[in-house]
Ligand binder design. Structure first.
Ligand SMILES: [Zn+2]
Length: 95
């Protein structure tokens, strides 16, 4: 449909990247947790719904992601959201 916003916009959510990295780090340290695509998606969704989005345009994103999210508060809330996401999803897997 014309006039609609295209899905493939030149924007990225830095939070998504941060959650993905943090989730991978935490899952590596844990055993006995299902890491099938369904569970990973559920964990991502759970965590992302509890965190503020950080959208940037793709060009700026390249610079931003190299810098990373350095503020401690942001990092702490990402970790907290990821930890509870793993807990909730692994207790009631949706696969
Ligand atoms: Zn699973």
């Amino acid at each position: 449909m014309k006039g609609e916003v295209e899905e493939d916009m030149d924007i990225i959510n830095l939070m998504e990247e941060q959650v993905r990295i943090t989730l991978e780090e935490h899952l590596e340290q844990k055993t006995g947790i299902c890491t099938c695509p369904q569970c990973i998606s559920d964990m991502m969704v759970y965590a992302l719904n509890r965190l503020p989005a950080r959208y940037v345009s793709k060009q700026r994103g390249e610079t931003f992601s190299r810098i990373g999210m350095t503020d401690d508060q942001g990092r702490t809330s990402v970790i907290a959201a990821v930890v509870s996401a793993i807990k909730v999803v692994s207790q009631a897997p949706n696969h």
